[in-house]
Design a protein around this ligand. Structure first.
Ligand code: UDP
Length: 332
């Protein structure tokens, strides 16, 4: 099988590339390295088991010629290239909207041209500011006003979903939409605001752990290897075509509890420091107070079950981070 992964040098994309290579696929990735990193894929480029089946194109998905060539070659497309992280979106609002909306439209157009099945990575952000749990795929959507840019990301991802479903309805394109909940694991960087790598790094440095708001907001974290397994299973299922799926875990935790867990797991002398949202992000920032996926639909359709518990994921993230920080120290 020939697989194209847009955003393949990103955190989730690189883990997906690894899983596809390990199951024998020929893997093509396109990444502009805006938030993806060469470090995430160096291993496959050097490993003799993989390097003859792994092809990297450094370009933006907005470049139609490149996309045309790569989509033509491959059997299935995983579209993961997107602006990532609330902080990145607030700092680069126009780029974020452009890459999410125009980029996805181009990917869909090319997939439609060559009749290639495509999985669109959407986000739990799409649900907006619900307080109930679990969130299910048919729930209504609640956003704040357009003056609050956090919601631009949610709206752009929702537009991606509508566009994909419109291609399915009007052109018969085989699309699958995966709403990814908070995914964590080795290789994720804290540079774009993601809480787990940020807190893990702070704890390893014995610095204060920056918990935003009052720390009572919750998230349900999922190991990247579980997410990758789900994405592959969805593309292998005919029943998944034309459908939207939550992809996530089951262990809900407050961010304060998460910080305490990380302090304990690292044996750090750090304390938790509460930072008001307007200092952490911007004035009048609205967070999502609660975010828990209902996963009955993906369970029923492809038998997906998250396998990795939060403590084991945190252990792997912390070990990865510790090793990376040692490397940095040695290089200096
Ligand atoms: N967060 C935090 N400290 C940080 C980074 C994030 O308390 O240093 C909070 C953030 O406000 C949110 C949660 O952790 O409530 C998850 O943030 P992340 O950016 O990882 O993902 P989100 O769910 O917001 O997309």
């Amino acid at each position: 099988m020939k697989v194209l992964i847009t955003g393949g040098a990103g955190f989730i994309g690189s883990h997906l590339a690894e899983a596809c290579l390990k199951k024998g696929d020929e893997v093509y990735i396109i990444d502009d390295f805006s938030t993806g990193s060469p470090d995430n894929i160096r291993f496959f480029q050097e490993d003799e088991r993989f390097r003859d089946r792994f092809f990297v194109t450094e370009d933006t998905i907005l470049n139609q010629d490149t996309l045309l060539e790569l989509t033509g070659i491959c059997d299935v497309v995983f579209h993961l290239a997107a602006a990532v992280g609330v902080r990145y979106i607030l700092e680069n609002p126009l780029d974020a909207i452009r890459i999410n909306i125009q980029g996805t439209e181009k990917v869909l157009e090319m997939c439609s041209k060559f009749k290639k099945k495509v999985l669109i990575a959407s986000s739990s952000e799409v649900y907006g500011k619900h307080l109930h749990a679990p969130l299910i795929e048919t729930d209504n959507i609640i956003y704040g006003p357009s003056s609050k840019f956090r919601w631009s990301y949610a709206a752009s991802k929702l537009m991606d979903e509508f566009t994909a479903l419109a291609y399915y309805r009007t052109k018969g394109l085989k699309v699958i939409i995966a709403r990814l909940f908070n995914t964590i694991g080795p290789r994720q960087t804290g540079a774009y605001g993601m809480v787990v790598p940020r807190l893990a790094e702070q704890a390893l440095k014995n610095e204060d752990l920056t918990v935003y708001g009052d720390g009572t907001q919750t998230r349900t974290f999922t190991d990247v290897s579980d997410v990758v397994r789900a994405l592959i299973a969805l593309t292998e299922s005919e029943a998944a075509v034309g459908e939207v799926f939550n992809v996530g875990g089951t262990q809900e935790i407050t961010i304060s509890e998460l910080a305490e867990k990380i302090i304990k797991a690292t044996g750090s002398s750090s304390s938790v420091k509460l930072i008001p949202y307007n200092e952490a992000y911007e004035k009048d920032f609205e967070d999502m107070q609660r975010r828990v996926p209902g996963i009955e639909k993906i369970r029923q359709t492809v038998g997906f079950e998250p396998e990795t518990d939060l403590d084991s994921i945190l252990r792997r993230v912390i070990d990865f981070m510790a090793e990376k920080m040692d490397c940095v120290r040695i290089e200096k």
